[in-house]
Design a binder for this molecule. Structure first.
Ligand code: 13P
Length: 341
């Protein structure tokens, strides 16, 4: 393992003013998104949609540091025959790859999940590296509900994340370590903080046991937010303060950067929260975005599967990328949203 090289990639992934585009929806998830805009989920439509974003030059070159791809996309070619990986690389962004194989029910833990995909991972990673991937993603899912999460689920998922991270670094690929505590429940923000802290502490302990040098990873956590069904919504300032405090208590300064998932927050919430955290400032790591839905919802709707809508969709993508780029610097203002509308 060349740690200096891994660190260089990790630092570039969280460069100030830039963040990561999570375009790694599985076939099932992208079908759900396409159903929402009335588009059939064919291989060509998925390619056209993602190519539309990757060719939004201003967004990609100024605000996007890297793109997480799904297995299908990393092997796909653009309409003109250029490999999509090449389109991304030419824009200045780094190609990455989702390598987990989704989740399965965790035995003896009703309602809880374990992320799978470790078995052949050591053989798969060099092929992704040869195809141009310089970082990877693995998402663990922890749900909050009465009686859960169990320690069994937290430990087992953290262990898998750490095994994945070690295998990635061995293949000279930077692991994005993503332990996602879902915001689906009716819990308040303090319950989210309590569970997320436990999950992060276990994750870093397991990374230590697997001897993973933290200079060569990027952490992708959830923010501290109330569950979607909670009656008590937290303010932007409360989310920012509680998230920063939680992370300072759990994430060593050796980690080059933290890139949040959006997790079901609205586009503007995801931007405002990130911005408020960076306005607090004085942080030991760069704080940026690795958004899926909060970057793509607007361009997806604008595109709606029609080639005549590509320019409008690219404008919508550029706008969200720019807003989040500013938020990564603590320089976003809500007026900028209104001006664009
Ligand atoms: P969301 O921002 O839509 O949560 O997606 C990010 C991601 O990559 C989840 O694994």
């Amino acid at each position: 393992m060349n740690l200096a090289e891994l660190n260089k990639v990790a630092v570039a992934m969280v460069a100030p003013g830039k963040g990561i585009l999570a375009a790694d929806e599985s076939s099932g998830t992208i079908k759900k998104r396409f159903d929402g805009i009335g588009v059939e989920s064919t291989e060509d439509n998925r390619r056209d949609y993602r190519e539309m974003m990757f060719r939004t030059n201003e967004a990609m070159s100024k605000y996007i540091s890297g793109v997480i791809l799904y297995d299908e996309t990393i092997w796909q070619k653009a309409k003109d025959g250029t490999p999509l990986v090449e389109v991304i690389r030419k824009s200045g962004a780094i190609p990455g790859i989702k390598v987990d194989e989704g989740t399965k029910p965790l035995p003896n833990c009703p309602g809880e999940l374990i992320t799978i995909g470790l078995d052949k991972l050591a053989d798969r990673l060099p092929k992704y590296y040869d195809q141009g991937a310089r970082f990877a993603k693995w998402r663990a899912v922890i749900d909050i509900a009465p009686g859960i999460p169990s320690y069994t689920a937290i430990l087992t998922n953290a262990h898998a994340l750490a095994r994945y991270a070690a295998l990635c670094q061995q293949a000279q690929i930077v692991p994005i370590v993503e332990p996602e505590v879902l915001m689906d429940g009716d819990h308040d923000i303090d319950r989210c903080v309590e569970v997320t802290e436990f999950v992060l502490k276990e994750t870093f302990q397991q990374l230590y046991y697997q001897r993973v040098p933290l200079e060569g990873i990027v952490l992708k956590p959830n923010m501290a937010v109330a569950g979607k069904k909670s009656a008590k919504k937290a303010s932007v300032q409360e989310v920012a303060e509680k998230t920063v405090r939680m992370l300072k208590n759990c994430v060593p300064g050796a980690v080059p950067g933290i890139a949040f998932l959006s997790g079901g927050q609205s586009d503007e919430e995801a931007t405002a929260h990130l911005d408020a955290m960076n306005k607090i400032g004085n942080l030991p790591w760069n704080l940026t975005f690795s958004y899926g839905r909060a970057l793509q919802a607007a361009p997806q709707k604008a595109w709606s599967g029609k080639s005549e809508n590509v320019a409008a969709a690219q404008r919508a993508f550029l706008h969200r990328a720019q807003m989040n780029g500013l938020a990564s610097l603590g320089q976003w203002k809500s007026d900028l949203e209104k001006k664009a509308a």
